[in-house]
Write a protein that binds this ligand. Structure first.
Ligand SMILES: NC(=O)c1ccc[n+]([C@@H]2O[C@H](COP(=O)([O-])OP(=O)(O)OC[C@H]3O[C@@H](n4cnc5c(N)ncnc54)[C@H](OP(=O)(O)O)[C@@H]3O)[C@@H](O)[C@H]2O)c1
Length: 394
């Protein structure tokens, strides 16, 4: 039986990986057992509660020598990009030095390291973003603190432990029952909008932004195959040809489809999400702290943009309808980025943010050929979302 040590086991991804590897079954991934059972071929060692803190190199070495893991999936991080910008030295100590400590302990104990990196390494404001998905072999110039730290951690981990697989994860969500996670995600934010009785509530998403978006359970399911990947860096998430506004519109429309009462309650999870978001009225758009994949700028900025941009959204909506043009990240005009068919199908409270990234469109889309050649594939973001909704229905 192989032993898997999972760091950040109390976090969004780590907690699900613990459940996934403990249950060892793909039959009901949203309702996995929490204890190892006879089915699971793995012994899971969840490292949570900072015991030890990953900045404690000696503590990690002692623990790893005792546990002797075959694999370490390193999820622990300061994943809030906003906090990384505000506290770069602190986040460096966790995201870079902490990751290197884990790699050193892996090398010393003979474990293979699976390091959770991020698509934010592709956030490059130096060059004008092209809409072409990024490959692992590209030269990178991450502009954000978090992305820079993840890239440095990838390199330091590979140097300290040659048997390291770095997975560049995308923005993730879960349509199932909210877990104990400390941050929201796109789905909790959209459900907050559906649950908000205030007709003036607005939620804005950038049109000049493209990124993969992945059901966290698809990541958890594919993680088993990732254990066998050859050392190196891999993009790891669902491909998504839509811009972020379009993606939110499609997801919102699908979420409304699962609502039994016109959108006020979704798939039985509305109450819990309201509680999670702790909001009412207009605060819906700002209360989510929207996601840890990009929390520094999506949730709260979207809220601000929603309020501030209601005029812009009206403009863009009408010009989109008038122009009949579909989205194009390379376009300069806002109306090129809103697809009228999607907008019509969606909640009018969801508005395109045409300012954010307008001067330099963001493209975090990932090319998945390398992963596919290694035998691992993800559904598209939209397929994954549809599948996720059907999985999570009681
Ligand atoms: N969520 C996304 O959409 C996304 C996207 C791309 C990449 N990623 C990456 O994927 C990984 C998992 O993300 P996530 O969303 O699951 O993150 P998360 O929910 O924020 O969980 C991170 C975990 O790390 C732990 N941690 C933080 N500092 C620590 C320290 N000094 N020592 C030990 N543990 C520490 C936290 O423990 P406490 O609870 O005690 O603070 C928390 O449980 C991260 O590396 C993240 O950067 C996430």
């Amino acid at each position: 039986m192989k032993t898997i040590l999972i760091t950040g086991a109390g976090g969004f991804l780590g907690s699900r990986l613990v459940r996934r590897f403990s249950a060892g079954t793909s039959a009901a991934p949203h309702f996995p057992q929490t204890e190892p059972d006879a089915v699971s071929p793995y012994r899971v060692y969840p490292l949570s509660g900072r015991a030890p803190d990953i900045r404690d190199a000696a503590g990690l070495l002692a623990l790893f020598r005792q546990v002797r893991p075959d694999y370490v999936i390193h999820c622990a991080a300061v994943s809030d990009t906003g906090r990384c910008e505000r506290e770069p030295e602190f986040s460096y100590s966790v995201n870079v030095i902490g990751a290197e400590n884990i790699a050193i302990a892996c090398r010393a104990s003979g474990a293979k390291l699976i390091f959770c990196s991020s698509d934010q390494v592709y956030f490059d404001n130096v060059r004008i973003a092209s809409p072409v998905p990024h490959r692992e072999s590209e030269k990178l110039y991450p502009s954000g603190v978090y992305g820079r730290q993840k890239l440095e951690a990838e390199k330091r981990c590979a140097a300290a432990c040659p048997d390291t697989v770095s997975l560049r994860l995308s923005w993730m969500y879960d349509t199932g029952k909210p877990g104990p996670e400390k941050h929201g995600n796109l789905v909790t934010t959209l459900r907050g909008l559906l649950d908000n009785p205030d007709p003036d509530a607005r939620l804005a998403f950038p049109v000049y932004d493209r990124r993969s978006l992945t059901d966290v359970w698809d990541v958890a399911i594919n993680m088993e195959a990732a254990l066998d990947l050859a050392p190196g860096v891999y993009n790891f998430g669902s491909p998504n040809p839509l811009n972020t506004y379009e993606t939110a519109a499609v997801f919102l429309s699908l979420l409304r489809g699962t609502s039994g009462n016109g959108g006020n309650s979704v798939a039985g999870a509305g109450g819990q999400n309201s509680g999670d978001l702790g909001n009412g009225g207009n605060s819906v758009a700002g209360a989510g702290g929207q996601n840890s994949g990009d929390p520094g700028n999506s949730g709260n900025r979207a809220a601000g943009a929603g309020g501030q941009n209601s005029g812009a959204s009206r403009n863009s909506g009408s010009s989109a309808a008038a122009s009949g043009q579909s989205s194009g990240v390379s376009g300069n005009a806002c109306n090129r980025a809103a697809a009228p068919s999607i907008q019509n199908a969606s909640d009018p409270r969801l508005v395109p943010d045409c300012q954010r990234f307008a001067s330099c469109p963001r493209n975090l889309q990932m090319d998945l050929e390398k992963l596919s050649l290694a035998g691992i594939s993800f559904p598209t973001a939209q397929e994954g979302f549809v599948r996720s909704l059907s999985r999570s229905r009681p």
